[in-house]
Write a protein that binds this ligand. Structure first.
Ligand SMILES: Cc1cc2nc3c(=O)[nH]c(=O)nc-3n(C[C@H](O)[C@H](O)[C@H](O)COP(=O)(O)O)c2cc1C
Length: 184
């Protein structure tokens, strides 16, 4: 079975994006080997500390490197993705070997899918900018379909993500498309 690594761009325990990733994992059950990346302990990027990489960075690079695809669930912060996600991707974008002329990183050629749970824009700004960032990192981005969940007042009151029929169908279609993308 293909390995899909879920990356949640929020460190919040009850993050809606973490809940959305959980829904995606349920949809992929029995069809892919799914794991969620833990990156709380990755430090801020500092080029003084790149080689050798901090232990937590080496670990996330290994996990991303051994996955067939990453599926990123991003909140929207000020019409973009959060800094914690950018920091993680900055570390992942750097050459695995110092001085490598080909600059091969954990993200080089990595298949990637993008989803978001956010406010009224359903994360459109964050998803668009994240797509550009991943292309800049030389990942192989599945631009469509994506899933954008619009959080309503009830979600913000209860901290519970409840998907509508259309959103669930969108997520299921994206899961199917990602599996097909992995076979292509
Ligand atoms: C710094 C900051 C900026 C935000 N900017 C936006 C925004 O531009 N658009 C939006 O829809 N929501 C915005 N939000 C709301 C978040 O998208 C919302 O809180 C979401 O639940 C965060 O994702 P999470 O539940 O996965 O942590 C912002 C929240 C924060 C903390």
């Amino acid at each position: 079975m293909k390995k899909i690594l879920l990356i949640v761009g929020s460190l919040r325990k009850s993050s809606f994006n973490r809940q959305l990733a959980g829904e995606a994992a349920a949809l992929l059950e029995g069809r892919a080997n799914v794991k969620t990346l833990d990156f709380d302990s990755v430090p801020f990027m500092n080029q003084d500390r790149e080689y050798p990489a901090p232990e937590s960075v080496a670990r996330v690079r290994t996990e991303v490197g051994s996955a067939d695809a990453v599926w990123i669930f991003t909140p929207e912060y000020n019409y973009s993705y959060p800094g914690v996600l950018k920091n993680l991707l900055d570390w992942l974008s750097r050459p695995l070997k110092e001085g490598d002329p080909d600059r091969v990183s954990a993200l080089t050629g990595k298949k990637a899918a993008i989803s978001s749970a956010a406010g009224s824009s359903a994360g459109a700004g964050a998803r668009a900018k994240l797509g550009e960032l991943l292309v800049a990192c030389r990942a192989d981005v599945m631009k469509d379909p994506q899933t954008g969940v619009k959080l309503d007042r009830e979600a913000y009151t209860t901290d519970v993500l409840s998907l509508g029929e259309e959103e669930r169908a969108q997520l299921a279609a994206q899961a199917d498309a990602l599996l097909a993308y992995l076979e292509a």
